[in-house]
Write a protein that binds this ligand. Structure first.
Ligand SMILES: [Zn+2]
Ligand SMILES: [Zn+2]
Length: 180
C-alpha cells in the first residue's frame, strides 16, 4: 500500500500519524524523544527525529496498541509481558486495517528482549534460582535461600536497551528502566 511503498519514509510516518489521529480521535499523539504510551497523561508519544524507518512505524503502532487497550503501568512483571504481547496483537490489527505489514520477527525480537529483561530481574543474585516477584512490585524473594532483592517498578519497557532517551517528564521513565 501507498503508506509503505512511498520512497519518502518521512512522509509515510506523517501519513500514518494523520491516519491514526483520524481513526482514533479519542487518542492524543504528541511529539517526543521516543515512542511511548503514557497512561499517566493518556498520550502516545512519537519520536519526531527525521530519520524514519519501518521499526519506527511499527513502534508507533505498538504504542497505539497499548493506548487502545487502556494499558496501565506498574503491573507485576509477569503481567507486563502479557500486555506487551497484547499490544503487538493490537498493533497487527491496526496495521492490517491500514495495509501495513509488521515483521513478525521484529515482534519476536522485541518480546525476547523483554523476556530476557524480566528473566534477569527474577534470578536470585545469591543462588541463581528463578524466583517470584513480591506483591509490592519492588522486590523479589528467593524461595531457596531467602535472599531478597530490589527491582525498579516495571513498566512498559522498550525493546532497545541501547537507545538513550530523555524522558518527557520524570513520570515517564521507560527505556532507562531496563536496568535491573
Ligand atoms: Zn510495549
Ligand atoms: Zn537464592
Amino acid at each position: 500500500m501507498a503508506v509503505m511503498t512511498s520512497p519518502n519514509r518521512l512522509l509515510a510516518m506523517e501519513q500514518l500519524l494523520s491516519k491514526l489521529k483520524e481513526t482514533f480521535p479519542q487518542l492524543r499523539f504528541s511529539p517526543g524523544s521516543t515512542f511511548l504510551w503514557s497512561p499517566e497523561t493518556n498520550e502516545v508519544f512519537y519520536d519526531e527525529r527525521k530519520t524514519v524507518n519501518n521499526k519506527r512505524i511499527w513502534s508507533l503502532l505498538h504504542e497505539t496498541g497499548h493506548a487502545l487497550l487502556g494499558h496501565k503501568s506498574y503491573q507485576a512483571d509477569i503481567e507486563l509481558l502479557k500486555l506487551e504481547v497484547a499490544a503487538w496483537q493490537k498493533a497487527q490489527e491496526i496495521a492490517s486495517d491500514f495495509g501495513i505489514k509488521i515483521d513478525e520477527e521484529h515482534i519476536q525480537d522485541c518480546l525476547d528482549t523483554y523476556r530476557d529483561w524480566l528473566h534477569a530481574r527474577s534470578i536470585c543474585p545469591t543462588c541463581t534460582t528463578r524466583c517470584l516477584q513480591q506483591s509490592d512490585m519492588h522486590h523479589y524473594r528467593c524461595h531457596n535461600c531467602h535472599t531478597t532483592w530490589k527491582v525498579t517498578p516495571s513498566r512498559f519497557a522498550r525493546a532497545y536497551r541501547s537507545v538513550k532517551q530523555t524522558p518527557q517528564t520524570s513520570a515517564l521513565l521507560h527505556a532507562n528502566e531496563l536496568s535491573l
